[in-house]
Design a protein around this ligand. Structure first.
Ligand SMILES: NC(=O)c1ccc[n+]([C@@H]2O[C@H](COP(=O)([O-])OP(=O)(O)OC[C@H]3O[C@@H](n4cnc5c(N)ncnc54)[C@H](O)[C@@H]3O)[C@@H](O)[C@H]2O)c1
Length: 207
């Protein structure tokens, strides 16, 4: 795919994809940008602009062919390929994420979890095997894992990240509150639930 898609558009793609699958499930084969707009709360002009990056996908007055869109987004999102993800730290939050495991309409799954707790090592939690941290490098390589989620105590987050980087990890979803540093070429996505909640509260209080 040669087209350079703006980041904001790229972020909306999984949303479109998931909604289109729901339409297909409900036997709806055609959809207009106005209908899409109402259902996913993105305005119709933005949707048309987003779709325009991918060439002519719809016809004026006819709307978009749901099958065609799904096939198209599937390719872009690489939905045909399952991406294996590692989870480091099988505590409260780690367990919740393993249990959730990104099931529906998703091309990702946590395939390996890691911890240092002997009670957890060697066990299977929500169908995911828990390995000893000492097996990290070997497993990342064997399972071709390039993405990791960290749910470890904040104090050791940087140390764990360094090990992940050494193991060839390219992207890290960081649930800890520390801002970790990584070399160029490795991407960090920080998830701060307190921040999210405060943003919501601010929005409610300031109308
Ligand atoms: N619990 C929440 O609701 C929540 C929400 C947002 C963020 N967080 C953050 O997520 C992180 C985890 O929170 P939690 O409540 O799940 O903690 P927890 O103490 O329940 O779990 C941490 C896990 O990490 C493991 N661990 C410790 N050292 C390790 C190492 N070197 N390598 C691999 N695993 C190691 C522990 O054995 C434990 O299983 C914390 O940094 C916390 O601030 C938690």
């Amino acid at each position: 795919m040669e087209t350079k898609i703006p980041e904001a558009t790229a972020k909306r793609l999984p949303l479109y994809y998931r909604y289109l699958n729901n339409l297909l499930y409900a036997n709806k084969l055609r959809v207009s940008s106005a209908e899409l707009a109402e259902s996913i709360q993105v305005d119709a002009a933005t949707i048309r602009r987003d779709f325009s990056y991918f060439g002519p996908l719809g016809k004026r007055g006819y709307g978009y062919d749901v099958h065609k869109l799904i096939d198209f987004f599937k390719k872009i999102l690489d939905q045909d390929t399952l991406t294996n993800v590692a989870l480091i730290g099988v505590g409260n939050l780690g367990h919740a994420l393993l249990n959730f495991n990104f099931h529906k309409n998703s091309n990702v799954r946590i395939s390996a979890a890691f911890d240092v707790n002997p009670k957890l090592i060697g066990s299977v939690q929500s169908n995911v095997p828990v390995y000893d941290m000492r097996q990290l490098q070997e497993q990342l390589k064997d399972q071709r894992i390039e993405i990791a989620i960290i749910t470890v105590p904040a104090t050791i987050a940087q140390k764990v990240v360094d090990e992940l980087v050494q193991g060839g990890i390219k992207g890290i979803m960081n649930f800890t509150t520390v801002r970790i540093s990584v070399p160029e070429g490795v991407r960090i996505q920080n998830i701060d639930l307190t921040n999210e909640l405060q943003t919501l509260i601010y929005a409610i209080n300031h109308g």
